[in-house]
Design a protein around this ligand. Structure first.
Ligand code: AMP
Length: 119
């Protein structure tokens, strides 16, 4: 799939629509999900134009990949999620139920989460 510049996270990255920012650096932005599925529900996105996890993993630079995962670690620490645990999900494509075609990692926590296969 080619990257769609009109997706909502591209608009957030361009500053065209607001987000509830949690973290930002040169390569990464993280913000609260607009429709939280848990007490903590944060989306971590690379600033580069990657459609999904596979695209990001295949094409992003080492710097971008490192920055992304260091940001994830910092958010988990800052939100105190390590002790009780958390879930990280990357939906991709039709079968994965991806709604926004810009790679994003959901970080969910703050409560015991239910099982995740199916609805
Ligand atoms: P996915 O189904 O993995 O593509 O998830 C997309 C997520 O983006 C959903 O959990 C939405 O609630 C969330 N979302 C959509 N628009 C916004 C927005 N403007 N700000 C924050 N989160 C959003």
């Amino acid at each position: 799939m080619s990257y769609d510049d009109q997706n909502i996270f591209a608009k957030i990255l361009r500053g065209e629509i607001p987000c509830d920012k949690v973290y930002e650096d040169e390569h990464v932005l993280a913000f609260n999900d607009i429709g939280p599925q848990a007490p903590v529900h944060i989306l971590v996105i690379p600033k580069g134009k990657y459609v999904d996890l596979a695209d990001f993993s295949a094409k992003a630079s080492g710097q971008e990949i490192t920055a992304f995962h260091r940001a994830v670690a910092k958010i988990i620490k800052d939100k105190n999620l390590s002790g009780d645990g958390f879930r990280a999900i990357a939906n991709a494509g039709n079968h994965g139920g991806q709604e926004v075609p810009h790679y994003h990692l959901h970080i969910l926590g703050g409560a015991k989460l239910g099982r995740m296969i199916g609805d």
